[in-house]
Design a protein around this ligand. Structure first.
Ligand code: BTN
Length: 261
């Protein structure tokens, strides 16, 4: 019998999770989490964890590539029960990226780790992690936080165009990591920052700013059909990207960064 990839007992013991749905293969962990979010009888917070994700979804119409050795998982939380005030909900995606960035700083202290608004985590300017937040249509106060983190999946196995834009922890550190250790660390950082966000003890701007890879650079942002260009001045307290444009400072609450120079 093959060795299980994860120590589920440790995950239960050492994290805030009340239920774990573990599968060998799934199209998308977010899909299963969204399905479970519609049920009244599930214990939350719940983790959907998979060994092989075959059709991972990214932001917009992007796919999420992963291979053996990657972490692909979704956390289903009840944001009403966690007492997350409505005006703080848009900050969950930035908070999640920050939590992962902090975890990676502990795991690979010599690597240059950065955050790219709104929720990409980079190592040496290459994407190592993506976050996809979704809510079921009748949300009932529930939110799915989907995370794809390249750990032991070397980008040498990926398509050439991805190799130039992405990386993994093993590529950066030249060694492999224990997936359970990495997942526990990420989940603990997430729980800590989420709790601070909910209790108004998280200064997101202060923690984000030194890690922001866009600050001081000319950023082109696509917002719907419109494109906006300006020098990035970090984020504000509400998580908006600050762009200094010829017509003044713009606070951008949504959009896709399409060019950075
Ligand atoms: C992005 O950067 O575009 C977001 C990528 C999010 C990928 C993760 S992997 C686990 C979860 N399940 C999915 O289908 N997507 C997210």
């Amino acid at each position: 019998m093959s060795q299980p990839l994860f120590d589920l007992e440790r995950l239960r013991r050492e994290t805030f999770l009340r239920r774990i749905e573990y599968r060998e293969e799934l199209a998308s962990t977010n899909d299963l989490a969204l399905e479970l979010a519609r049920r009244d009888d599930v214990l939350l917070p719940l983790l959907v964890l998979v060994e092989r994700q075959t059709a991972g979804r990214g932001r917009g119409d992007h796919h999420w590539w992963s291979a053996a050795g990657a972490l692909t998982f979704s956390i289903l939380i009840d944001i009403d029960r966690e007492r997350l005030a409505p005006e703080r909900r848009p900050l969950v995606s930035l908070t999640t990226a920050l939590a992962i960035g902090e975890a990676l700083e502990l795991l690979v202290p010599d690597a240059d780790i950065g955050l790219k608004w709104p929720n990409d985590v980079l190592i040496q300017s290459r994407k190592v992690c993506g976050v996809l937040l979704e809510s079921p249509s009748r949300s009932g106060g529930r939110m799915v936080v989907g995370i794809g983190l390249n750990v032991n999946n070397s980008l040498a196995l990926a398509l050439v165009e991805l190799q130039q834009k992405a990386t993994s922890l093993s590529d950066a550190a030249q060694r492999n990591f224990d997936l359970t250790d990495v997942l526990i660390l990420v989940l603990r950082r997430f729980a800590d920052l989420f709790e601070r966000l909910a209790t108004h003890r998280l200064n997101l701007r202060e923690l984000w700013t030194p890690r922001c890879v866009l600050t001081g650079r000319v950023v082109q942002l696509q917002v719907g059909r419109q494109s906006l260009s300006g020098i990035c001045r970090g984020i504000d307290d509400r998580g908006a990207l600050l762009l200094e444009t010829p017509s003044g400072l713009e606070r951008c609450h949504s959009g896709t960064v399409c060019q950075v120079t």
